[in-house]
Ligand binder design. Structure first.
Ligand code: HEC
Length: 105
């Protein structure tokens, strides 16, 4: 295997495992949700749910598979049509931190 390929594979593996390594600020995740998700989802268990069928974030927070790694993998595949540029791992990780705070309410 050429050296470059090996480096790319190693880097991809590191990225796939590293959402937790990013700073996780729930307040920033909430800001991302307000910008990018609230047009369809109830993002705090209290706002209205604009799009029927868009799972409220509080329900997402309580699902057993929920977590930063799951969200990082799930979002790009399930939401290819979200407006604006795709979210980076740091933003997804912040979103996950915010969604996790909804478990306590
Ligand atoms: C254009 C509307 C729309 C936007 C914007 C949107 N979503 Fe969704 N989302 C949906 C719909 C509809 C579903 C349910 C469909 C499904 O489960 O396949 C869904 C499902 C989900 C689920 C899975 C819920 C489950 O049952 O496991 C997650 C997680 C999610 N969205 C996160 C987000 C996040 C985070 C954002 C903002 C970055 C976002 N969504 C923005 C429409 C949207």
């Amino acid at each position: 295997m050429p050296g470059a390929t090996r480096i790319v594979i190693a880097a991809s593996a590191t990225l796939a495992m590293s959402p937790l390594a990013f700073a996780q600020d729930p307040a920033r995740g909430r800001a991302v949700a307000v910008q990018r998700c609230v047009s369809c989802h109830d993002i705090n268990g209290r706002s209205r749910q604009p799009l029927r069928g868009a799972t409220p974030f509080r329900d997402i927070a309580l699902e057993p598979q929920f977590g930063p790694n799951w969200l990082a993998i799930y979002l790009p595949f399930s939401h290819p049509d979200i407006d604006g540029p795709s979210l980076g791992l740091a933003e997804v990780s912040e979103l996950a931190a915010y969604i996790a705070t909804l478990q306590r309410r």
